[in-house]
Design a binder for this molecule. Structure first.
Ligand SMILES: [Zn+2]
Length: 323
């Protein structure tokens, strides 16, 4: 027989029977179940947040590893950037300056790469910022290296050209100083030995005995070796390239033919007095882009400063020329 439960009703001051209500009991059971489920979920939530699972620990270790390496890589990129910066500065301030080309502006060397969407695939991840930074730095470094290598290509070409120019340009006295009896006349207004009229003397006269060796003053190709130009007699013209031509007149004999390639210092002929000349001497001219220049400015190859000063003094004497 089921127990009958009573409760004391303080209003009526009497005991009353407790009615059993199945519905209420079901609700109570359900509430207990819901509460336990909720506390279980809460439990998992707390455990999940404050205590990592082995899988999570593993992932965290890997992430830490990647982050540490990323820092190391950034440091290395920074070191490479510093080295490259030194090379760039040397390139601008020494190499390019020496070869007389403009330095590459800082903005051109360091400008980023074009295209706004270049890195769009890298966005949208937790570590996007880290990956973006490294990628951008490497891209910029690659671009700077490319510009630097192009600059060095240019410098190399200029250096090769400069070397050619330096060996081509007329730069030595065409008659040995020991062979000279005197330097008769320089570039400028001189008195004509035949009619005594003052006229422009377009070269320099080196007085030396007939048969004295004459040397090419720079590398080049013999363009003429004949006596068909009026007044010059037997003469040689050497084309040095870069607009330069040297001319050797009144020769006694040739030692080269037209079309022959010569080097600076090669024996090309011998002093004479052919053509419009009063005595054995070498008349020497230098042309640049068809203009006749003062040869005095082209002897830095084989004269000491004292010898040059003496030559300059003699060349300035406004006397009579030999041709
Ligand atoms: Zn002359």
């Amino acid at each position: 027989m089921a127990k009958v439960k009573y409760y004391y009703d303080s209003e009526t001051l009497s005991y009353k029977k407790i009615e059993k209500n199945i519905k209420k009991q079901i609700i109570r059971v359900l509430l207990v179940m819901i509460a336990s489920i909720l506390s279980m979920i809460l439990g998992f939530f707390i455990i999940g947040n404050f205590f990592d699972s082995p899988k999570q620990k593993q992932l965290q270790r890997e992430l830490d590893f990647v982050k540490i390496n990323e820092q190391l890589h950034n440091k290395k990129i920074q070191q490479l950037e510093n080295i490259l910066k030194e090379v760039e500065e040397r390139d601008n301030n020494i190499y390019r300056l020496f070869f007389e080309v403009n330095p590459i502006p800082e903005e051109r060397r360091n400008s980023g790469l074009g295209g706004v969407n270049r890195y769009k695939d890298l966005h949208g991840y937790d570590n996007s910022e880290i990956v973006l930074e490294v990628t951008k730095n490497i891209d910029l470094l690659s671009k700077r290296l490319y510009i630097q290598s192009k600059s060095l290509d240019e410098i190399l070409k200029l250096a090769e050209n400069k070397e050619k120019l330096l060996s081509a340009i007329p730069a030595i006295q065409p008659v040995k100083k020991e062979d000279l009896t005197r330097m008769a006349s320089g570039y400028g207004m001189r008195q004509d030995p035949f009619n005594k009229a003052w006229k422009m003397h377009w070269g320099m006269d080196f007085t030396a005995p007939r048969g004295t060796p004459v040397f090419a003053s720079g590398d080049g190709v013999v363009k003429r070796a004949d006596n068909k130009a009026s007044g010059y007699g037997k003469h040689i013209r050497i084309d040095h390239g870069f607009g330069y031509i040297s001319l050797y007149a009144h020769l006694n004999k040739y030692n080269v033919r037209k079309g022959q390639r010569v080097k600076r210092g090669d024996l090309i002929g011998f002093v004479g007095s052919t053509g419009r000349s009063t005595a054995p001497h070498l008349h020497y001219e230098i042309h640049k882009n068809k203009k006749k220049l003062n040869p005095l400015n082209f002897y830095y190859g084989n004269l000491s400063p004292e010898e040059f000063a003496a030559l300059q003094k003699a060349a300035e004497v406004k006397g009579q020329s030999y041709d």
